[in-house]
Every structure is written in structure tokens, then in C-alpha cells.
Ligand binder design. Structure first.
Ligand SMILES: Cc1ncc(COP(=O)(O)O)c(C=O)c1O
Length: 381
């Protein structure tokens, strides 16, 4: 019996063929026709005017923040419940992440708390943040109607971190289409992968062109190497872009599969005491990148750690929910608004194997292992 992983790459002969075709073309460089084609295909898939492919979602976030004008000394609002890369991108620039709690109904940035933050700054004469980053957590879009309206009203740039949400929608608009600029990740654990990679997506063509320029060492237009500002070596390899285009062909199927997996977990775990699920917001369709369960400590016989270790013994990988940024030693001194919701999600949440290549048989093995762990640990009344 082989180990069941959380979210392994789902690749096949099509990706292999595309990779070899790019290899044989000798465009083995961070330039080339496959790179251009991947950008064009993703922009068209999302209905965006332009997209720049880079080496990671983190690099894309860094470039997106630079693109909306974030500078050293600025504040950038970041949901505390996220992966560290979201906050780190602000830190790379010397900006300060200002952390805000999650909405308990969606687990994404709480619009009410954001409004309090912006209104209080205006009332006290404190500078507004230069940007707000929203994170479409675990494949669920943020509530963009109120948050976009707030950013417009206060003149604050909005950057969408859609690293986890390719394939999700909000009011029929796909994740990756919100804010001035959005960011995707093609890390090996994401819904589609290039092994590692990311993208800057926007209708602002000059912002995307600038991202491409900064990603290629900010080389000025000259026959020699001429530089007037600091650049980065962030471009995606042409080889990996070929994998990306092949993955994009089956993205819709991959997302459908992840949705089915969540539905099967809901059905399979329905009778277990204290098991809940990350809520599905009514305003859109999540991509269900990961299925996240919660264990209510007053009802469940197991803690998330106990269940994770029981699954590990059965050769099944599960992971705790993201540890909020305000609980990380790295960001514990950052300004924080709220925090209990994210802390509770961290304390009670567990991410289950959710990859689109997970077979029904393997998922039944996961469901069976969870049920066994519950049976072996009856709650002492
Ligand atoms: C919310 C979020 N933002 C950013 C990233 C960074 O993406 P990458 O790993 O491609 O750098 C990730 C995941 O890896 C993520 O989950």
C-alpha cells in the first residue's frame, strides 16, 4: 500500500510530451515560444488582458506589490490566515504587513474588520495602507463586493493572492480577476502545476509588462547590459511553461475532481461526532484546492494532532490548517486586528488528501482510517 499525499502533482503523458517537445526545440531558457504561449493561454482562459509567467507565486506576489506602487515604509494589509509567502512579499520591499482576522463564514479576509482599520486610520490621521492583499483561501474566493468597494472608496490598491484558488469563482467571475492585479501559483501541490511557477495577471498591460521587465533583471533597451533600477531573476523556464500549457488543458477536470472529493468527504464523514467543514460561501463556487475539516473540541474524541498522527501511521498525509501570521514568531510584532477566528481555525482544522489524482479507492482508505481513529477513541463523557 503506497502513501497517500495531501495534494501531489497530477501529470501524465500529455505533460511529458509537451516538456520533451519544448526540450527538443532547444528553447531551454527563461525565454521562448512555450512561455509566450502559456501566458497567452492563461490570460485568455481567465479573460484577462495580460499575464506574466514567473518562477513562483511568491515572486509573482513580490512583483504585483511593486506593480501597485508599494514601497519601503508602507503598510500592506494581509489576512493573518494565510501562507507566509503573502506577508513575506510585503516584507521583501520593506513594507509592514498589517494583519487582519478571517471572517468565520468564509475563512477569508473579514470585510468588517478591514473597514474598521481603514476608517480608524482616516479618523486618526494615520496614513492609509498602500495595498490590501486578499487571499482566496484553500480555493475559496474572498468576498470581493464589499472589499473592492472599500479599496475604491479609500483609494487603496487591491492585490488578489489567488495562489490556492485557480478554478474558483466569485459571482461567476474567476479567481485571478480581482483587484488591480492577481497572482497565481503553480507549485507542485497546487491545482495545476509547472513543478514550481507563478503568474502575474492583470488588465493593466503596463503593470504586467513592468513585471516581466523586473523579472528579467530590469534590463534596459540597449545592445549591452544597461540597468537603471534593481531587477530580479524571476522568469519561468520555457520548459516549465510547456508543462503549464498542458496542465491548463485539463484544469476544468481537475477542479471538478477536487469538488467531488470534498463532496465524498462530506458524505463519508457525516456521522462522526464533532467533524465540520470549511464553510462554502454562497457567493461563488470554490475550487476546493484542499478539503479542510474542523474538529469541535467539545464533541470530537480526537484533536487534529491526534487524528493527523493516526493518519500518518496509516501512511496518509494530512496537514494542520495554516498557522496564522500573528502567531508566528516572524510576525508577532505586526499590528493585528482580531485574531481569534484564525486561531480557532488553526487549533481545530486539518487538511485532508485532496489531489485530483486521488482515486475513490484511496479516498475510501482515508475515510476508513479517520472512522477507525474515531472508533478507537470514543469520547469520554
Ligand atoms: C496563499 C498563498 N500565497 C502564495 C503562495 C506562494 O506560492 P509559491 O509556492 O508558488 O511561491 C502560496 C503557496 O505556495 C499560497 O498558498
Amino acid at each position: 500500500m503506497s502513501r497517500i499525499f495531501l495534494s501531489p502533482p497530477d501529470v501524465g503523458p500529455r505533460e511529458r510530451e509537451a516538456l520533451l517537445e519544448a526540450f527538443d526545440s532547444n528553447w531551454i531558457a527563461p525565454y521562448g515560444p512555450h512561455l509566450d504561449a502559456f501566458e497567452a493561454k492563461m490570460a485568455s482562459h481567465l479573460g484577462a488582458r495580460d499575464a506574466a509567467a514567473v518562477s513562483s507565486g511568491t515572486a509573482a506576489l513580490h512583483l504585483a506589490l511593486l506593480g501597485v506602487g508599494v514601497e519601503a515604509g508602507d503598510d500592506v494589509v494581509v489576512p493573518t490566515l494565510t501562507f507566509a509567502a503573502t506577508a513575506n512579499a510585503a516584507s521583501y520591499i520593506g513594507a509592514r504587513p498589517v494583519l487582519i482576522d478571517a471572517d468565520p463564514d468564509t475563512w477569508t479576509l473579514d470585510a468588517g474588520l478591514l473597514e474598521d482599520e481603514l476608517a480608524e486610520r482616516v479618523a486618526s490621521g494615520a496614513p492609509l495602507p498602500r495595498a490590501v492583499i486578499t487571499v482566496d483561501l484553500y480555493g475559496q474566493c474572498t468576498d470581493y463586493a464589499p472589499i473592492s468597494a472599500l479599496c475604491d472608496r479609500y483609494g487603496v490598491a487591491l492585490v488578489e493572492d489567488a495562489a490556492e484558488a485557480l478554478g474558483a469563482t466569485y459571482d461567476h467571475t474567476p479567481a485571478g480577476r480581482f483587484g488591480q492585479v492577481a497572482v497565481l501559483s503553480f507549485n507542485g501541490n497546487k491545482t495545476m502545476t509547472t513543478s514550481g511557477g507563478g503568474m502575474v495577471v492583470s488588465d493593466d498591460v503596463s503593470l504586467v509588462q513592468r513585471a516581466r521587465y523586473l523579472a528579467t533583471q530590469a534590463r534596459d533597451d540597449a545592445p549591452h547590459y544597461e540597468h537603471s533600477e534593481i531587477g530580479y531573476n524571476y522568469r519561468l523556464s520555457n520548459l516549465l511553461a510547456a508543462i503549464g500549457s498542458a496542465q491548463l488543458e485539463t484544469l476544468t477536470d481537475k477542479v471538478s475532481r477536487r469538488r467531488i472529493i470534498k463532496a465524498r468527504y462530506r458524505a463519508g464523514l457525516a456521522d462522526l461526532a464533532g467533524v465540520g467543514f470549511m464553510p462554502d460561501a454562497a457567493y461563488g463556487e470554490p475550487s476546493n484546492w484542499l478539503t479542510v475539516i474542523t474538529l469541535d473540541p467539545t464533541e470530537s474524541p480526537l484533536t487534529p494532532t491526534e487524528l493527523r498522527l493516526a493518519l500518518d501511521r496509516a501512511d496518509i498525509e494530512a496537514r494542520p490548517a495554516w498557522k496564522p501570521m500573528h502567531m508566528q514568531s516572524l510576525y508577532k510584532a505586526s499590528p493585528m486586528r482580531g485574531g481569534d477566528v484564525a486561531r480557532r481555525i488553526f487549533d481545530t482544522g486539518l487538511c485532508l488528501p485532496s489531489g485530483s489524482s486521488l482515486s475513490d479507492t484511496d479516498q475510501d482508505r482515508v475515510i476508513g482510517a479517520i472512522s477507525d481513529a474515531f472508533t478507537r477513541s470514543p469520547k469520554v463523557a
